[in-house]
Ligand binder design. Sequence first.
Ligand SMILES: [Zn+2]
Length: 390
Amino acid sequence: MNRFAIGFGAVLLVALVAFFTLAPGIAERDMNQIDGKPLPEVTDQAQALHDSLTIVDLHGDSLLWKRDILERGDRGHMDLPRLADGNVALQVFSSVTKSPKGQNYDSNTGDTDNITLLAIGQLQPLRTWTSLLERTLYHAEKLDRAAEGSDGALVLVRSPADIVPVRAPDSADPPVAAMLSVEGLHNLEGDIDNLQLLYDAGVRMAGLTHFFDNELAGSMHGVAKGGLTDMGSEAVRRMEAMGIVVDIAHCSRACVADVLAMATRPVVSSHGGVQATCPVNRNLTDAEIRGVARTGGVIGIGYWPGAVCDTSPAAIVAAMRHVRDLVGVEHVALGSDFDGSVTMRFDTSQLVGVTQGLLEDGWSVEEIRAAMGGNALRVLENGLEPGAPA
Ligand SMILES: [Zn+2]
């Protein structure tokens, strides 16, 4: 009996170790795919221009997954070696803390959550199994540790001064800069004062909602899809005062309208598309694009079908062109959503395909410099400066 119990325990242990070792990789491989469709040929001119750009990507979810972002991965879309290959100068890493079962763009409640399973399956610290706030603090620690262990190849952005060397690197092989953001402020767990903990952990951009309505606002994919609550308005005021950039990605139409009506600093849409080229509900109307432009903000165009209704560089360029033609090139930016449980045409090492696409579409070199990163840097440099107290 005893021997049976020991044998059973050993088999169970092997099964558990196998599960916790293999499952995270299988889960990610399943979620973050590359569709393998052909990419346009890259000319020497496009490659040379791409190599001379200062590129900013306003949104990627790599921190969610169990792998070392300093190592070149064989899954997902993004890590430090691939960011360097793609000549990305600044990557915003987002913290996703809760995602409903059966997640869809139309209607989700906040009653269920897949990230809890992921946190357990990835054997994250116990505190992250039950606390959304702790999940973000854990993601922040992962990013901090990566920067510390990178021998200077990955540096953190927390203040406008940190943007200066990104804009004008003092070496031929500059580091990749990384900034932390949040996808949905339900991680405040209902307490607005927790915003200070997020700031202290390095969060410098935050979207109010993700896939479900929360205490701050309605989500575009929620049920009621309402505007800002009192807590949501207070969060916007405090973020503007602290120097956290306000992100309207995933906000309901009412939420977007409320944020744009009260914003006193540049607002971003960190990742998504535009109704004009891809009429998926999460994408911005022309009125919303004009509203973001009025704040001096930028719209980060995503690379996946939910944003641009395709995965080709041409589709990404079409959305960028629409923003440029509607409100001016100074409001165009990139927001890939790499590693955001989406299927892409390319990973970040092949980002030159977008530069190639912009050249083929007739964009000037100055327009390409602005859209690929110059505009985003302007907004971050402004947005990270603490303002007047709220
Ligand atoms: Zn998202």
